[in-house]
Design a protein around this ligand. Structure first.
Ligand code: IDP
Ligand code: MG
Length: 140
């Protein structure tokens, strides 16, 4: 059975470009319900831990620097088939390859500064949501 929750971040470039409202509108228009949300700035240690899976990749240092360059929005979202449907809504990692009308096609600057995060599996959605929110901060 596919899960009903995913985790997202609106990344520093999109916050800086004043696209929080536009992106949240696209997310709720697509049928997602927000179950938890906050604005926060990640420390270097927090960004390193969140992206630990990428620690061997050549862009890891750049990624951590970018993700700590300004505040982000972290949110837990609910919808049937949440993980897959959200990845469809955000589009490919590289905005040049993202389908028309997707969040990254509209608002991402580059493969690195790509406006939004979306979990890639139900398991990671839970891990990532728990990383940012204690259970008590998630709406039932
Ligand atoms: P995803 O966010 O679409 O799941 P991942 O491959 O999991 O993409 O990469 C995580 C994040 O690392 C990307 O969203 C992007 O911000 C950054 N990233 C991925 N590939 C590159 C790259 O080639 N150069 C710079 N940054 C990258
Ligand atoms: Mg990923």
């Amino acid at each position: 059975m596919t899960g009903t929750r995913t985790f997202t971040m609106i990344k520093p470039d999109a916050v800086e470009d004043k696209n929080i409202g536009n992106i949240l509108q696209m997310i709720t228009d697509a049928g997602f319900t927000i179950k938890a949300m906050k604005l926060r700035r990640l420390s270097t240690e927090q960004a390193q831990e969140f992206y630990a899976i990428h620690s061997e990749r050549p862009f890891y240092g750049e990624l951590v620097e970018y993700m700590t360059s300004g505040p982000i929005i972290a949110a837990i979202l609910e919808k049937d088939n949440a993980v897959e449907d959200f990845r469809t809504l955000i589009g490919a990692t590289n905005p040049a390859e993202a389908a028309e009308g997707t969040i990254r096609a509209k608002y991402a600057e580059s493969i690195g500064r790509n406006a939004v995060h979306g979990s890639d599996s139900d398991e990671n959605a839970e891990i990532e949501g728990n990383f940012h929110f204690p259970v008590a901060e998630v709406v039932a």
